[in-house]
Write a protein that binds this ligand. Structure first.
Ligand code: XUL
Ligand code: CO
Length: 441
């Protein structure tokens, strides 16, 4: 580990290495061997693990009932420029000690927002110069950048879907600066999570007009980024609720329908977050499947929810059964298009030791590694695929194939049905499929 800043923030913690499943060292990977080749690629290439700047270096354990529990040494300076540099030093120390290559950020995670847009712009330029230098020395890259158009009270009625034009314009200015920063840091992608894009009550909301505004806003954001040479992919990150009662990007199917309606489907793909999927009453694997079916599986925000409560707990992912099912979709669809696996997750409020954030990321990476190894074995050395495909074999030839090829009309189906006598009840064999999964976990 090259210490890139001036001081060590995570004192006493060295590089996190792969030591194998029998290691008793809690600060080592047991399953995530970045160089292990699975299904033709190394785990490092499959996942492109990223650290979320906001949770790991800004979030301090607050909740709606309590003040911060985690105090960070890098927050001690009163000067916002110095504080931002200290935070960047801590971030790069953490990312490189983890052996990860990527991070994701919101504009004002990197540096405190200024009191005017011009001041914010100056600050962002200042910190992106500093971070850029650190990137050159360390090889750490940006998976995606985004703008925080939801925390400032100015956005209480929405950002791109605000009923007042001047607020929409302000959000536009912020997205422009966030795009400039992402481009300056060679960001590979750009995310739109519509934190305040939704409604609280339809009584005061013109939904059609707001959606048209959002479509137009995304179109001109894309055009601006392309005019500045940005070649990466834009991602929409669906979420059904929280903070608004109803978010416009409710789930993957809704977001894809929206992108197609506004002609954005070529430049945009989907960033799927596990806990957002479950809040929409879907499974993570459902959302991945919907995106992959449209060729729009772009990136993943890895975390998990809580089975008993209904909000976005953003816990680190450790559900091996869920992640293995997800990796079946991931491998069969050829992986992520441009994106990676960003740990959009936070340690618990009462996890207050400096090493807790390491345990959290080690666990998340190990969980994904085990899951992809399992999924690969299921696909390559069990009868899973054969059984799966067998369910559809009546469409592989004969009249079934003709139907798939658009050669049959409804009257043809009627004629075929008249001639059919025996309809046998074919088992879906769900329990057997579940047992195959368990056998490999
Ligand atoms: C909120 C969420 C965001 C986005 C980026 O639930 O997931 O952190 O990932 O704005
Ligand atoms: Co997210």
């Amino acid at each position: 580990m090259a210490l890139i800043g001036n001081r060590e923030y995570y004192k006493g913690i060295g590089d996190i290495n792969f030591e194998g499943k029998d290691s008793s060292n809690p600060l080592a990977f047991k399953f995530y061997d970045p160089n292990l080749v699975v299904a033709g690629k190394t785990l490092r290439e499959h996942f492109k693990f990223a650290v979320a700047y906001w949770h790991s270096f800004c979030g301090q354990g607050t909740d709606p009932f309590g003040l911060p529990t985690q105090s960070f040494l890098w927050d001690s300076s009163k000067d916002p420029l110095q504080a931002a540099k200290d935070k960047a030093d801590a971030a790069f120390e953490f990312i490189t000690k983890m052996g990860f290559e990527y991070f994701c950020f919101h504009d004002f995670d990197l540096i405190q927002e200024g009191s005017t847009m011009l001041e914010s712009e100056k600050r962002l330029l200042y910190i992106s110069d500093y971070i850029s230098e650190k990137q050159k020395k360390s090889g750490v890259k940006v998976l995606w950048g985004t703008a925080n158009c939801f925390a400032n009270p100015i956005y209480m009625n929405g950002a791109a879907t605000n009923p007042e034009f001047n607020i929409l314009a302000r959000a536009g200015a912020q997205v422009k600066l966030a795009l400039d920063t992402t481009i300056a840091l060679n960001g590979e992608n750009y995310v739109f999570w519509g934190g305040r894009e939704g409604y609280m009550s339809l009584l005061n909301t013109d939904m059609k007009r707001e959606l048209d505004h959002l479509g137009q806003f995304l179109t001109i954001s894309r055009d601006y980024a392309r005019s500045q040479g940005f070649k990466g992919t834009f991602f929409i990150e669906p979420k059904p609720m929280e903070p608004t009662k109803h978010q416009y990007d409710f789930d993957t199917a809704t977001a894809i329908g929206f992108l197609k309606e506004y002609g954005l489907e070529k430049d945009f793909k989907i960033n799927i977050e596990v806990n957002h999927a479950t809040l929409a009453q879907h499974t993570f694997q459902h959302e991945l499947t919907v995106a992959a079916s449209s060729g729009m599986l772009g990136s993943i925000d890895a975390n998990r929810g809580d089975y008993q409560n209904g909000w976005d707990t953003d816990q680190f992912p450790n559900n091996l059964y869920e992640t293995t099912e997800a990796m079946l979709v991931f491998l069969q669809s050829g992986g992520l298009q441009g994106g990676g696996v960003n740990f959009d997750a936070k340690i618990r409020r009462n996890s207050t030791d400096i090493d807790d954030i390491f345990h959290a990321h080690i666990g998340g990476a190990d969980n994904f590694a085990r899951a992809i190894i399992n999924a690969d074995k299921i696909l390559s050395s069990s009868k899973y695929l054969e059984l799966f495909e067998n369910r559809y074999k009546t469409f592989d030839s004969g009249k079934g194939k003709e139907f798939e090829n658009g050669k049959l009309n409804l009257k043809d189906l009627y004629d075929i049905a008249l001639k059919s006598k025996d309809y046998k009840l074919t088992s879906g064999k769900q329990e057997m499929f579940e047992n195959i999964l368990n056998q490999f976990i």
